[in-house]
Design a protein around this ligand. Structure first.
Ligand code: SF4
Ligand code: SF4
Length: 442
């Protein structure tokens, strides 16, 4: 079946591996190559590999649709070479115009900028997107969802449940299922006073409310002891970042030397951003360059020998740049650095996991195939970048799984940026709140 971009929007497909950028918009450009991001470089997360192990043909089907929509000549699949069974499963399913590009086991190989360099040898300029070098990057679960367009809209989510849990695994649950329910599917926490990270250990955030619903962008739930390094570091507030950084940064520049974006030739130099703690600095190389930080946290959790938080300083400076409207246009760009530096200074995942205290946890997450039926789901109207969806159901309406319940609002005669939302279970609408729709199972 041939599909068009509007079919993808109506099926509710957004980037499942990041901020939820609507996939139909991403697939509206023209590119010569589609890159499948199967790097899954966040420690302990395994859902993408499990999807490939479970149904590589489906992923290839979604990828083929993306290739057709952007008019590409080929598709390249970036998978870590060490997962030989996943590489083999993918290779068996590939047509001639697709190939696997084996990746080294390094962090952050799943950063789109790094992935495009590792798979295609192309360097994206600071502030640009992969399309600027002829590439579109797509996450594994997004490809799975694109393959389902025409049959099933996005109603389920795959989530890695990892860390201090009885049965580390990948679960498939209806959207709107709570984090607490997903955790129970993996046997629950095995430690007293657990702390929870949603997303990855490196880039995710701490949450204390497990009643939160799983959305189209929830990738993982990691359970850790409350005194764990990652939990402690994610608990730092700006005062601590500033106070410790101001007192202890010796300007050794190791954070910059190992920064993946700096090594791609971008004007981000975290050691210079640290100087802004001591001075009201606004010089471009010191502060404006922070707008090109990916916030991968490599500098803060791994590179800095003093245990400081350059990523936090970058984050604060980015907010300041945004507020002062000081965006750096035409910044310097040294793409030759990629071949000179990045090729030789990658951070191995094994060393990273030792450094951040994750090497003692089970590093597997097999897919649990038993389907889960929650009694109730809460579906936020904004699960994507863009405008929140507008409800088209009312309290008391009977709905079926897969039925549209909220759609993109129309602005200036066309649908706003976003993707439609569907009931994830059969049931009755219990509430239509300004930010979410609640459905109770029949
Ligand atoms: S690595 Fe740490 S101590 Fe060295 S310059 Fe960067 S923030 Fe300062
Ligand atoms: S978080 Fe640190 S290492 Fe990562 S891109 Fe930003 S400055 Fe570079």
């Amino acid at each position: 079946m041939t599909i068009i971009q509007e079919d993808i929007a109506r099926a509710g497909v957004v980037g499942a591996g990041g901020a939820g950028f609507p996939t139909h918009v991403k697939l509206s450009g023209k590119a010569d190559t589609v890159v499948l991001n199967a790097a899954e470089c966040e420690p302990l997360l395994h859902k993408d590999k499990e999807l490939i192990r479970n149904d590589a043909n489906k992923i290839v089907e979604g990828l083929a649709r993306a290739v057709a929509l952007v008019g590409a000549k080929e598709a390249v699949i970036g998978i870590k070479e060490k997962y030989k069974d996943v590489v083999d499963a993918m290779q068996r399913a590939l047509p001639g115009y697709m190939r696997v590009a084996p990746l080294p086991d390094v962090y952050p190989s799943g950063d789109e900028f790094i992935l495009v360099y590792l798979t295609l040898g192309r360097v994206i300029a600071p502030g640009a997107i992969p399309l600027s070098v002829g590439a579109v990057v797509m996450n594994v679960e997004t490809a799975f969802n694109v393959a389902n367009v025409g049959e099933t809209p996005v109603v389920d989510k795959f989530v890695s449940i990892a860390g201090a849990v009885a049965n580390p695994s990948t679960v498939r649950v209806p959207l709107g299922t709570t984090l607490a329910e997903a955790l129970q599917l993996a046997g629950g926490a095995t430690i007293p006073n657990p702390a929870y990270v949603v997303g990855g250990a490196m880039m995710g955030r701490l949450v204390d409310d497990l009643a939160m619903p799983i959305t189209k962008t929830t990738g993982g739930l990691i359970v850790l002891p409350s005194d764990h390094f990652i939990v402690q570091r994610k608990s730092w507030d700006w005062n601590k970042t500033m106070r410790v950084g101001r007192a202890a940064c010796d300007q050794c520049s190791r954070c910059t030397e190992l920064c993946p974006r700096y090594m791609l030739g971008h004007p981000i130099e975290p050691h210079r951003a640290m100087r802004s703690l001591g001075f009201n600095s606004s010089r471009e190389a010191d502060v404006a360059g922070t707008q090109f930080c990916s916030e991968c946290n490599l500098c803060s959790y791994c590179s800095c020998p003093e245990g400081l938080d350059p990523r936090g300083v970058n984050h604060q400076n980015k907010a300041r740049i945004l507020a002062e409207k000081k965006r750096w246009t035409n910044p310097p760009f040294h793409p030759e650095r990629a071949d000179l530096l990045l090729a030789f200074r990658k951070t191995p995942t094994k060393r990273l996991m030792q450094r951040i205290g994750l090497d003692s946890f089970v590093n597997k997450g097999p897919l649990l195939t038993k389907s889960y039926q929650p009694k109730k789901v809460v579906l936020p109207l904004r699960q994507h970048i863009g405008a929140p969806c507008a409800p088209i159901v009312q309290k008391g309406d009977s709905v079926g799984r897969g039925q549209p319940i909220a759609i993109r609002p129309v602005a200036d005669g066309k649908p706003a940026l976003g993707a439609d939302l569907h009931a994830s279970i059969d049931g009755v609408v219990e509430e239509v709140a300004p930010d979410a729709i609640t459905i109770v199972a029949r």
